[in-house]
Design a protein around this ligand. Sequence first.
Ligand SMILES: [Zn+2]
Length: 213
Amino acid sequence: MSIVQLEFLTQDEVRIALCRKYWEMNSDLRFAYKTTDIARENSIKPRDLIGIVTSLCNATLLGDVCSECGTPYIYSSRENLLRRNRGLPPLWLCENCTQRREEQRAAAQAAKDAERRNLIQSIYGNVPRGPRDPITLSFEDAVFLTSLVRLCGTEDLSHIRPLVSVSIGSFSPTKKFDDSILKQLWDSDLIFVHPDSPLEAFGEENPLCANMV
Ligand SMILES: [Zn+2]
């Protein structure tokens, strides 16, 4: 008799007896037979015993089940059983429930991202911005804008990459000066927030807090 529940995956009586002996426990919850004795009686190598047992039967315990669907945990060895049951059986999720939770989490994140993207598009997209006559720019603004586009402009010149994507000192000597230049261009309506900017470029709660750099 054993508190371990066994489900056999073979009909071979000899192998079933072997599995039973492997998992047999005394009333004091100690394993009744030494693995070396079981191996010798069955003319197998001790190191092969666990592989044979686990391939021929599923060993479970009442109470050690998936906390979501109730699927029993299948022990891979005596050591595994003892380790997991030193205290209360640990809370665990089976593979299916883990995958389902991960899919739910990913779907929730995707929905949240889509909602934020829509909000960002509503704020920054479809804002009419006519071309600016270069002659109206101050010399300083023209130099700053040209430098920024040459350094961070994409190949199709549809937008500029974040300044953090280039090494510090590439744009101006200091980060503080970088920020100052961007603010000047921003205040002069020469740069705008691209509505397709990465979500992490915007404030967590308020997309109006776009991070320009
Ligand atoms: Zn489950």
